[in-house]
Write a protein that binds this ligand. Sequence first.
Ligand code: FAD
Length: 492
Amino acid sequence: MERFDVAIIGYGPTGATLAHLLGQCGVKVLVLEREASAYHLPRAVHLDAEVMRVMQWVGIADALEPKTARHPGMRFVGPDGSLLLDWPRPQGPGPQGWRANYRFHQPDLEKLLRDHMAERESVTVRTRCEVFSIQDGEDEAELRYEDMRDGKVRRVAAQYVVGCDGARSLVRRFIESDMEDFGFHERWLVVDVILNGEKPELGDHSVQYCVPERPATYVRCPGQRRRWEITVLPEEDSVEIVRPQRVWELLSPWLKPQEAVLERAAVYVFHSLVAKTWRKGRLVLAGDACHQTPPFMGQGMCAGIRDAANLYWKLALVCRGLVTGTSAERLLGTYESERRPNAREYIETAVRLGGLINTCGTEEALRAALRTEDGTARMESIAPPLGPGLGTGGGAGRLFGQPVLADGERLDAAYPHQFVVVSEPDLIDGMAPPEGAAFISTAASPDAAEHLQRTGARAAVLRPDRYTLGTAETRQELAGLVAAIPPGPRTN
Ligand SMILES: Cc1cc2nc3c(=O)[nH]c(=O)nc-3n(C[C@H](O)[C@H](O)[C@H](O)COP(=O)(O)OP(=O)(O)OC[C@H]3O[C@@H](n4cnc5c(N)ncnc54)[C@H](O)[C@@H]3O)c2cc1C
C-alpha cells in the first residue's frame, strides 16, 4: 500500500495552500480531490493582508496581485440612501507587507495555486478521486477512495489525514464532530455579472444596503465583474428567484439588462457554524470543513488559509520526527485551541454585522459591531488574537508584521518556515540562535525596530506562521522563550 506523511482530502483553497506549505517543508503529501477541475464560478471576492502574506510564502502573491482590484472600503447605506457608516480601508502596503484588503476572483487564486503545485516535488495530486472511508489506526490512518479515472477503489495510508473537504466534510463525520451554531442561517441570492462597458456610478466601494425589506450587498470585483448579494424573503422560491427575468428586476435599481451579462445567479444558504472538535487522533479538519460564516466580513476562505498557516509547520515538525511523543500531541493540540476561538470571533462579528444590515442598524450599533472607538472603523481592530496555545503570557498569539531587513529583503523571504527572534541588541548579545532559528537585531534593521515597537515589548519570538510565541522585556524572559523553540522545519 502507498504511504504518505499527510493525506489532504479536498483541493480547494485550504487544501491547496496546506499542500504547498507542507511540500515546501519536504513533507510527503497526497491530495485527493473528487472533482476534475477547480470550481469555475466566483465565490470569495475579498481577501486580506494576512492571506496575501501566506500567498507570498506559497510563491504566487506577485502573480495574484495584478489580478486583484483596489478596495477603498465599505459603506453602509440606509433605506433612504443616506450614508450610515463609512468604513475606509487603508491603501498601500501595511504592516504585513501587503495592502489590508484585496478584491479578487476565487478561480484566479485557485488556478495559480494549482499551476504552481508542479514545483512541489513531495506533493502528489489526484483529481477525480473521491474518498469514502477513513480508518484511524495506531500507527497510521487508512483511506479508501474511488478513482474515477479507471473506476477502481484504492487504499492509501498516511500519518495524518486533513479534511479540507468543505462544508459537507466527510472527515468531520468520521471525527463525529457536532457543530456549534451561532444562529445565522439565511438564504441569499448571489448574482455575478460582467459589465459590457464602464459603469463608474456603481463605484469602487462595497455597499451594504441596510434596507429591512430586502437587505443587499454590492461588491466591486476585479475587471468588469460586479457582485450583488440579495436577501431571499421567506415566501420566495429559490428556483423562481434565479430566473433571469426576476434577477434583472432585482438588479434594476443599479443595472439594465443591456449593460451586463449575467455570469451566474444562485441561492446560497449562509450558515454560522464552527465544529466542536477539529482533531481526533490522526484526523484533522481545516477550512469550511470546520467553520462556515455569513459573508459580511469576507472571511470564510481567509479563515481556511489561516488554518493552513497554523497547521502546516506543526504537522511538518511532527511528520519529520523533530517533535515526538507527548510534545507532538501537545503541539498538534494547539491547532484547535489556537484557531477555534479566532475563527469563532470572526463569525460572531459577521453575525452581528449581518443582524444590523438586516434591521437597518444605527451608525452607533454598526460601529459597535465593528468594535471601533473613533470615527474611523478599522479591520485591524477586530482581528482577534489566537486562542490559548503554544505561547504564554499576554504577548503570545499576536500576528507580527513583516519587516524589511537591512539588505532590503522581506523577513519571510529571508527566513521561510523558521522561528525568528526580533530583539533589541542587548537582550540577544552573546546569545546564539537555536538550530534552524534566526536572530534579528533592531540595531541592524530600523524597520524591524518599528514593528517591534508596535508590540510594546523589547523582544518578540515569531513562529513560522508569524504569530508571536511570546514577547520579552528581559534577557531572562527571552532566554525562556528561546529555549521553547523547537528545531525549525527544513525548507525545500
Ligand atoms: C457567495 C460566496 C461568497 C463568499 N465570499 C467570500 C469572501 O469574500 N472572502 C472569503 O474569504 N470567503 C468567501 N467565501 C467563502 C469561500 O468561498 C470558502 O470559505 C472557501 O471556498 C472554502 O475553501 P475550502 O478549501 O475550505 O473548501 P472548498 O472550496 O469547498 O473545497 C473543498 C473541496 O473538497 C472536495 N471534496 C469534498 N469531499 C470530498 C471527498 N469525499 N473526496 C475528495 N474530495 C472531496 C470538494 O470537491 C472541494 O473541491 C464565500 C463563499 C460564497 C459561497
